[in-house]
Design a protein around this ligand. Structure first.
Ligand SMILES: Nc1ncnc2c1ncn2[C@@H]1O[C@H](COP(=O)(O)OP(=O)(O)O)[C@@H](O)[C@H]1O
Ligand SMILES: [Mg+2]
Length: 300
């Protein structure tokens, strides 16, 4: 089942069409990466999912129920971590979660149990410090705990890792990855390595619609970024090879890379090397990376 579906959604600000006939869906229990450059419309899309922003056209459903602008019925399924979360800095994490529980109508007992569990999970249970003294990473972790307090079916995080250092990023990614059994996760980012690390599926937002989407495996086998690389022991061998097989680029003195080639092309190269008895250190098929696909899609 799909936890979230977006179909033919458009949104214009003034005379600028930011979202143009956007469609994609997020399967239950997946970690879904929503990728796009700055200004691509990721936050705009998330605000429409939450019913905080009116769409011009299209339809969004969460857990099978239609999202209606200005109403928050479907938000009972959603936990949301905005791009710049705001907290009451004078509170401790526990005090803050107690407040959130009270505001959303949870019982005291339920709030207490759930808050303890979540603060443990995000490794903030030993912090009696006030939130104003927290690092960015700690604030993001608290934000995730808060978003999960109500046991949502869908967690939406808007660029949760963008402002963090590598350690802080890894902590967030580990948390998002660990909750996938109970919660579907949609998170936006422009950091491709984050996506490669934890996502089951991705959608690439470009110029207001999805340039491509699919599972990580589908993406790895798509695109024209495939090719192969040969590493020679001697640079004169690399030179001789390059004369016969044109169009390669010299990566290092002894390394030649051929982009956009098939397995058959690589086999042909291997036969040539065998016939001439040219020793190689390595010959390798290249995998298309998210980055090469991104560059292809954005025309860079
Ligand atoms: N309330 C608004 N009024 C006018 N333009 C907006 C508004 N919100 C966003 N935009 C514009 O829409 C585009 C997409 O913004 P946004 O969704 O924030 O992108 P992202 O989150 O992918 O960086 C940007 O060009 C932004 O300036
Ligand atoms: Mg944004």
């Amino acid at each position: 089942m799909d936890m979230l579906t977006i179909s033919r959604v458009s949104k214009t600000f003034g005379n600028r069409k930011v979202i143009n006939n956007l469609s994609f869906s997020v399967p239950e229990h997946s970690v879904f990466g929503f990728i796009g450059e700055n200004g691509a419309g990721k936050t705009t899309t998330m605000r429409m999912i939450l019913g905080l922003l009116q769409m011009d056209r299209g339809q969004i459903t969460v857990n099978g129920e239609q999202v209606v602008y200005g109403q928050n019925r479907t938000n009972r399924y959603i936990g949301y971590l905005p791009d710049v979360p705001e907290f009451y800095g004078f509170m401790t994490p526990m005090e803050y979660l107690r407040l959130c529980g009270a505001v959303t109508g949870m019982t005291k007992k339920e709030t207490e149990d759930q808050a303890k569990k979540l603060l443990d999970m995000v490794e903030l249970s030993h912090h009696e410090k006030r939130i104003c003294g927290f690092s960015r990473g700690m604030k993001q972790r608290l934000g995730i705990a808060q978003a999960l307090l109500n046991r949502p079916k869908l967690l939406i995080c808007d660029e949760p890792t963008s402002a963090l250092d590598p350690v802080g990023r890894k902590e967030i990614l580990d948390i998002l990855s660990s909750i996938r059994r109970h919660t579907t996760v949609l998170f936006s980012t422009h950091i491709l390595s984050d996506v490669e690390r934890i996502c089951d599926e991705v959608a690439f937002l470009h110029q207001g619609s999805i340039a491509f989407c699919g599972t990580m495996e589908e993406i790895k086998s798509a695109g024209s970024g495939r090719g192969y690389e040969v590493e020679f022991f001697r640079s004169q061998d690399a030179g001789a090879f390059a004369e016969v097989f044109q169009g390669g680029s010299r990566m290092e003195r002894n390394v030649l890379r051929y982009e956009r080639k098939t397995e058959a092309d690589m086999m042909q190269a291997m036969r040539f090397l065998g016939q001439r008895s040219i020793p190689v250190q390595r010959i390798q098929m290249l995998e298309p990376t998210l980055e090469s696909l991104f560059m292809e899609v954005t025309g860079r």
